[in-house]
Design a protein around this ligand. Structure first.
Ligand code: FES
Length: 167
């Protein structure tokens, strides 16, 4: 079977979650790669939730919230947008590609948009392959250990040189 990316989706209860429900009821077929986690507002999505999802093996994370001006908690989605932008920069620095993290405004009546966004995200993730962050963490740990060893060796060499000079 070909590679199938795993996507964790945090959907706002009042809009995108309802839209996903509508998509299901309307029998709009979207890729089965998504595990939806219902949150009360997109502003409830702590950056740690996103990092945890990637750290535990997600290939992509999708946040779905109410359109600007429609948030039931007034400004939750603006907060989500600010967090999204800064988290995206941080993820880029970690080498995590743009397509792996996405924020979309999807109202309760936009079941069709859920389908389009999910299918589109899956299509963008397939060529990227598995993120495999748990393995990358292990590789980074190895690199750090090697670097530490190298520094210790250099320090020892320097110390020996100094001891010889002052002997
Ligand atoms: Fe939906 Fe805030 S209630 S984004």
């Amino acid at each position: 079977m070909s590679y199938q990316p795993k996507i964790i989706a945090f959907f706002c209860n009042w809009c995108t979650y309802t839209a996903a429900d509508l998509a299901g009821v309307s029998r709009l077929k979207y890729a089965p790669n998504v595990r939806v986690i219902r949150v009360m507002c997109s502003g409830r999505v702590d950056p740690q939730f996103v990092l945890d999802a990637f750290a535990k093996g997600a290939d992509g994370v999708l946040i779905g919230g109410c359109h600007p001006g429609d948030c039931h908690y007034v400004e939750g989605n603006y907060k989500a947008l600010r967090r999204y932008q800064s988290l995206k920069r941080m993820l880029n620095d970690m080498g995590i590609e743009d397509a792996r993290f996405r924020l979309e405004w999807i109202s309760a009546s936009e079941g069709e948009k859920v389908k389009t966004v999910v299918n589109d995200m899956v299509q963008q993730l397939i060529p990227l392959g598995a993120l495999n962050l748990p393995q990358r963490f292990l590789d980074w740990d190895k690199e750090m250990n090697l670097l530490e060893e190298e520094i210790h060796t250099k320090e020892k060499e320097q110390q020996t040189k100094e001891e010889l000079v002052y002997a």
